[in-house]
Design a binder for this molecule. Structure first.
Ligand code: FES
Length: 174
């Protein structure tokens, strides 16, 4: 009898440890999916959405004379919905085609300026230069200007822009 009463505290301790371990495992099993659901939006890719650029006929485009048009994308990021301001540079080509460039330099992303006297986009950061067809004509940029994904409305005049570049290797919103 004396032996049994000596073992009792250690058995009780053992049972408490086992119960504690089981509780911990159950707690983790419940917490993981809840945490996953809560944190998931933080790690998701930015949504890809359309926004209206406007009517081409309102831009009074002249060949090889860029028009910088601001657009705003409403995208879900994490738990909030944000408005992302971006620039679309619309350039009518000599043959009448329209190109919808990003105003970001393809070197490190600085915003470009159009220098009318030189007929070139100039990057103020490292002197990158592009012509009106988007080709690199000077400086370190490794590739031509990015072009926004776009589509025309039923009226064939209104243009919609997606927050995505045509040849962007990353499948995510910009
Ligand atoms: S960011 Fe434009 S040349 Fe470097």
């Amino acid at each position: 009898m004396a032996k049994s009463s000596e073992e009792s505290p250690s058995r009780r301790t053992f049972m408490m440890v086992v119960i504690g371990l089981i509780s911990t495992v159950i707690g983790i099993a419940l917490a993981v999916p809840i945490l996953g659901a809560v944190l998931n939006p933080l790690f998701r890719k930015r949504d890809i959405v359309w926004t209206k650029l406007g009517k081409i006929s309102d831009l009074n485009l002249k060949p090889l004379t860029p028009k910088f048009v601001p657009v705003y994308f409403r995208v879900k990021e994490g738990w909030s919905v944000n408005t992302l301001p971006r620039q679309v540079v619309v350039v009518k080509q000599v043959n009448g085609d329209l190109l919808f460039f990003s105003n970001q330099c393809t070197h490190l992303g600085c915003p470009l300026h159009w220098i009318a006297a030189r007929q070139k986009f100039l990057c103020p950061c490292h002197g990158g230069m592009f012509n009106a067809t988007g080709q690199v004509v000077g400086g370190p940029p490794p590739r031509p200007l990015y072009q926004w994904v776009h589509k025309f409305g039923k009226d064939k005049d209104t243009v919609y822009i997606q927050n995505k570049f045509k040849d962007n290797p990353k499948d995510r919103g910009i």
